[in-house]
Design a protein around this ligand. Structure first.
Ligand SMILES: [Cu+2]
Length: 285
């Protein structure tokens, strides 16, 4: 566009320069009218019209490619991300995989993310990969992500959504396409955690109504825990998932992230809670 308009400007300055410099000529009235009409027709209509058409022919497709909006792209990966107070649900409908608080993506692949919200307005923002997109309840917005290089990118809810809005962080793990395939294949198999009947029974009675673990519980109200053992963080960036961190989360989550939608488990003996925490860390694909 800049080059196009610079060429037009240069032409205009040339004509103007010529008009300033040339000697006045005498025309009869008829010729004068013809010349004036010619300028209006060519200079005033034909030149701008063709210039605008040309610039738009370049500009519209170019602008479209720059917009973070998905088109019908072959080979694009489709992901659905739903905002919750205060965590992220991440769905891969094409291969039946669900996770939470992390977005695992292949590099060098266009990814079309459909975002919505389960409660209040949130905003999906991964600054290194795309601009902000509002997550609105009952409405789906779309954004196209394209990561050139594997790496870890940080995302953050960008619309104030309540007391723990700041602790609503989304880790984006961009893997090489082959590593992504391996991750997908591993995630499509149900996890096989350590055999701890006590922990499993406690999980079933206290946690399973909210949390899904593929092959173990249905959940539906809290983050999917099927790959918890491989996560980087707990509570959407609240606590790094080092060994033993899940114990801490289960005992202290209402202090670490006050007001979050998971009840404090005061009715469960702390030792049993610890055991459930240790067991959860073995839940991994
Ligand atoms: Cu928020």
């Amino acid at each position: 566009m800049l080059i196009g308009s610079a060429a037009i400007l240069a032409g205009l300055v040339g004509v103007w320069w010529y008009a300033m410099r040339r000697q006045p000529r005498a025309y009869d009235e008829q010729t004068e009218a013809r010349v004036a009409h010619r300028w209006i027709l060519w200079g005033g209509i034909a030149l701008p019209a063709s210039g605008i058409v040309l610039l738009l022919a370049f500009g519209i497709p170019m602008g479209h490619r720059m917009l973070p909006l998905p088109h019908d792209e072959p080979g694009a990966l489709h992901v659905e991300v739903t905002g919750h107070q205060w965590w992220w649900e991440v769905d891969y409908p094409e291969f039946g995989v669900v996770t939470a608080n992390q977005l695992v993506l292949p590099a060098e692949t266009p990814v079309h993310v459909a975002v919505t919200s389960a409660d209040v307005i949130h905003s999906f923002w991964v600054p290194s990969l795309a601009g902000k997109v509002d997550m609105i309840p009952g409405h789906t917005n779309r954004v196209r992500l394209y990561a050139h290089e594997p790496g870890i990118y940080r995302g953050q809810c960008a619309e104030f959504c309540g007391a723990q809005h700041a602790r609503m962080i989304l880790w984006v793990d961009v893997l090489s396409p082959t590593d992504f395939e391996a991750w997908r294949a591993a995630r499509q198999v149900a996890p096989s955690p350590d055999d701890d009947p006590h922990a499993m029974a406690a999980f079933r009675s206290h946690c399973a109504d909210c949390h899904r673990i593929a092959g173990i519980s249905g959940g539906g109200r809290g983050p999917d825990l099927s790959d918890l053992g491989t996560r980087r963080f707990l509570g959407a960036g609240t606590l790094a998932l080092n060994p033993g961190a899940t114990r801490r989360w289960l005992r202290e989550h209402q202090t670490l992230k006050a007001g979050n939608a998971m009840p404090a488990h005061v009715d469960v003996p702390p030792e049993l809670l610890d055991r459930v925490g240790d067991w959860l860390e073995t839940v991994r694909p």
